[in-house]
Design a protein around this ligand. Structure first.
Ligand SMILES: Cc1cc2nc3c(=O)[nH]c(=O)nc-3n(C[C@H](O)[C@H](O)[C@H](O)COP(=O)(O)O)c2cc1C
Ligand code: SF4
Length: 428
């Protein structure tokens, strides 16, 4: 499996890729609006599409949870908050191909019987917000949004809403609170958003890439999509290679491709260096090492090896990187972004940060390794939302694979990489 499968990224090279002219007519939306709503849901179920926002929940099944004939308004909310360290696929997708998202919004809203949709976009990315506004305006002008779309009698309004720059607002229920005008903090589940979501009404929340994949499924058929990827992780996805790679960037490929294959296409690790560790799906997914180069990047295979596919944010670190420093930096992020609602995460991330700063400076002791593992054990599974669990991933996995590197710090009373930044360090 060494080929790329550009679908979402196919027209990114066109100078006008972000305009309606560069994207083309909304043929898939037109086709979908001529279908029965349940047939649209069934097509997405049959395709095997799983959520591209991290957890991999089957998209068609999520849509099927929306109660019908309940007399309440239904909503679609697109999660475009993308704030996880390393994750960088939705923002370029919305910059280069916003119409695939808008067309996906129309098809999804129609299927779940929603007449109002929202795109909740990360507040810092003003350029993306402007581009989304322009795409939505073009779609309204073409008659693809608003009243009686394609003469089908179906009406849809779409609002682009900018968040205020908090990682926790990517968590789907915190996002809903933020969208309603409250402070963004996770809600207790159940009830799940499909039953009581935005304004206590049935709501589907999906990731940008999930929704943008829908037009291609409707246009080409469920079998076409299911024919790519693996049996349980079907289709294609955007793999974002960043860090110490010769050609970092977005590589759209079938799920199940390996890092070795992706690195071959990306020109390998930067010249003269070798792979030390990497994240398969952003900083919340346990790190891998060079022994995992041939793990198929699908939900099941990555899980079987002790990590998660997450958002396919492949952050690559070579032997010049101090793993303790990388983990300290990620932990500082989690401590900063913890919303404070629950004690294990609020207190735990704070103390993890303090101990890691000490360890990185070479001022720790072997007991500190037990302390960070204990703190992480008390966060994992005891936090109110997945932010807390995610904060423990770098801790547990780095101690597992690089214990010797932690020990070396207090043996020499400092960071070995400060003294000799290019020293080649073993993988423990
Ligand atoms: C702290 C935190 C941040 C998250 N950030 C995002 C995000 O930026 N984008 C996203 O799609 N999902 C994010 N998620 C996952 C969402 O809660 C949710 O699972 C996802 O939007 C569902 O979409 P999908 O089924 O299409 O993957 C985050 C979860 C947590 C716990
Ligand atoms: S786990 Fe962290 S981010 Fe999530 S509710 Fe608790 S304090 Fe807030």
């Amino acid at each position: 499996m060494t080929t790329l499968t550009p679908v979402l990224t196919a027209n990114w090279d066109r100078p006008d890729s972000f305009t309606l002219n560069g994207y083309g007519e909304y043929k898939a939306a037109k086709k979908a609006l001529g279908m029965d709503q349940d047939a649209v849901i069934q097509a997405v179920k049959d395709s095997g599409l799983r959520g591209r926002g991290g957890a991999g929940f089957p998209t068609g099944m999520k849509w099927g949870f929306i109660p019908q004939g309940d007399g309440k308004p239904h909503y679609l909310v697109v999660n475009a908050d993308e704030s996880e360290p390393g994750t960088c696929k939705d923002i370029p997708l919305m910059m280069a191909n916003p119409h695939s998202l808008v067309e996906g919004v129309i098809i999804t809203s129609y299927a779940i019987r929603a007449n109002q949709a929202f795109i909740y976009v990360r507040g810092e990315v003003l350029h993306v917000i402007r581009r989304l506004h322009a795409a939505v305006r073009e779609a309204y002008e073409a008659g693809y949004l608003g009243k009686d779309i394609f003469g089908s009698g179906y009406d849809l309004e779409l609002v682009v809403h900018a968040g205020a720059g908090a990682y926790i607002c990517g968590e789907e229920t915190a996002l809903l609170d933020s969208l309603e005008g409250y402070r963004g903090q996770p809600r207790l589940k159940p009830p799940f958003p499909a039953v009581a979501g935005l304004y206590a009404c049935p709501t589907v929340i999906n990731n940008v890439e999930s929704i943008a994949s829908v037009p291609s499924i409707i246009a080409n058929g469920a079998d076409w999509f299911a024919g790519m990827g693996t049996e349980k992780s079907t289709g294609f996805g955007i793999f974002s290679l960043s860090g110490h790679v010769t050609r970092p960037g977005q590589y759209e490929a079938p799920l199940g491709i390996t890092l070795r294959e992706l690195l071959d296409m990306a020109g390998g690790i930067r010249a003269g260096h070798r792979l030390k560790f990497w994240t398969p799906g952003g900083s919340s997914t346990p790190i891998f090492t060079d022994e995992h180069l041939d793990v198929p990047l699908d939900f099941e295979s990555v899980g079987a090896k002790g990590s998660m596919l997450g958002t396919r944010a492949l952050q690559i670190f070579d032997e010049t990187t101090c793993v303790v420093r990388a983990v300290m930096r990620w932990t500082e992020f989690y401590a900063h972004e913890s919303c404070g609602k629950c004690t294990p995460c609020r207190e735990g991330t704070y103390w993890l940060k303090q101990v890691l700063i000490r360890l990185e400076k070479g001022q720790g002791t072997e007991d500190d390794l037990t302390t960070i593992t204990d703190i992480a054990d008390n966060i994992l599974g005891r936090s109110f939302c997945a932010l807390g669990d995610g904060a423990t991933s770098p801790i547990h996995s780095s101690v597992k694979y690089f214990r010797d590197e932690y020990l070396k710090h207090f043996e020499i009373g400092g960071c070995p990489f400060d003294h000799a930044p290019s020293t080649v360090w073993g993988n423990a």
